[in-house]
Design a protein around this ligand. Structure first.
Ligand code: FDM
Ligand code: MG
Length: 212
C-alpha cells in the first residue's frame, strides 16, 4: 500500500548496564545524525520530567519506597505516556535515539526476582525498536569507571543479575557493541549500524510492535 512505503524516522534503542557509556554514545550519535541532516531527537527512559517520571525519580534516589511490581508498572506507564508522541515523531520523519527502553524495564525487574513474562506483559503494544544496540561491558569494568552514584541498582552484585537477564532477552537482531573499546571505536561501530537502519526506514520499513 501507499502508506507502507512512506519514509519515516528510525527508532534506535541503546541498552546496557549502568556506566556502559550509553548516554555519552547517545549524545555523539545525535550530533552525527544531525550533522548528516537527519531530523533526530534524543530521548531517555525513565523520562523523569512527567508526573510518573517524578515518582520514578524519587524511588531511584531512595526518597520513596515502592513495591517491586508497582515500580515496574510505573516504568512501563512512563513509556506508554510517550507512545503516541513517539509514533507521531517517527511517522513525520524524525529518528529517535532512545537511551534505555523496555529491555531495561524487563532486565532490572526480573533481576529483582519478578517473573520475566509478567515483566514483559505491560510492554506489549509499545513500538518495537528498529535497532537495539547493546553496549557490552562486564559489571566489574563498569563499576571501575568512576564508580556508581547513590541511586538504587548501582551495585555490582545486582548489575551482574541484570546482565544475565539482558542475555536472556537479546535476540539475533541485537547489535552487541564491545563497550570496553576506545570511545571513538564504539562511536564508529554504532554509526555504521544506525546509518543502515535510518536508510531502511527512509525506504519505508514498516513499524512493528513489542513484544516480538
Ligand atoms: N530502569 C530503567 C528500570 O529499572 N526500569 C526501566 O524500565 C528503565 C527504563 O532505572 F538503574 C533502571 C535502570 C537504571 C535506573 O536509569 C535509572 P538511568 O538511565 O540511570 O537514568
Ligand atoms: Mg543511572
Amino acid at each position: 500500500t501507499e502508506s507502507s512505503v512512506k519514509p519515516r524516522g528510525a527508532l534506535i534503542v541503546l541498552e546496557g548496564l549502568d556506566r556502559s557509556g550509553k548516554s555519552t554514545q547517545c549524545a555523539k550519535l545525535l550530533s552525527f545524525l544531525e550533522g548528516l541532516g537527519h531530523p533526530t531527537e534524543l530521548w531517555r527512559f525513565p523520562d523523569r520530567e512527567t508526573s510518573v517520571g517524578k515518582m520514578i525519580s524519587a524511588y531511584l534516589s531512595n526518597k520513596s519506597q515502592l513495591d517491586d511490581h508497582t515500580i515496574h508498572l510505573l516504568f512501563s506507564a512512563n513509556r506508554w505516556e510517550k507512545r503516541s508522541l513517539m509514533e507521531e515523531k517517527l511517522k513525520t520523519g524524525t529518528t529517535l535515539i532512545v537511551d534505555r527502553y523496555s529491555y531495561s524495564g524487563v532486565a532490572f525487574s526480573s533481576a529483582k526476582g519478578l517473573d520475566i513474562d509478567w515483566c514483559k506483559a505491560p510492554e506489549i503494544g509499545l513500538l518495537a525498536p528498529d535497532s537495539v544496540l547493546y553496549l557490552d561491558i562486564s559489571p566489574e569494568r563498569a563499576a571501575e569507571r568512576g564508580g556508581y552514584g547513590d541511586e538504587r541498582y548501582e551495585r555490582v552484585e545486582f548489575q551482574k543479575k541484570v546482565a544475565d537477564f539482558y542475555q536472556t532477552l537479546r535476540d539475533s537482531s541485537w547489535k552487541i557493541i564491545n563497550a570496553g573499546e576506545a570511545m571513538e571505536e564504539v562511536e564508529k561501530k554504532i554509526q555504521e549500524v544506525v546509518l543502515d537502519k535510518v536508510k531502511e526506514c527512509t525506504k519505508g520499513k514498516p513499524l512493528s510492535l513489542l513484544w516480538s
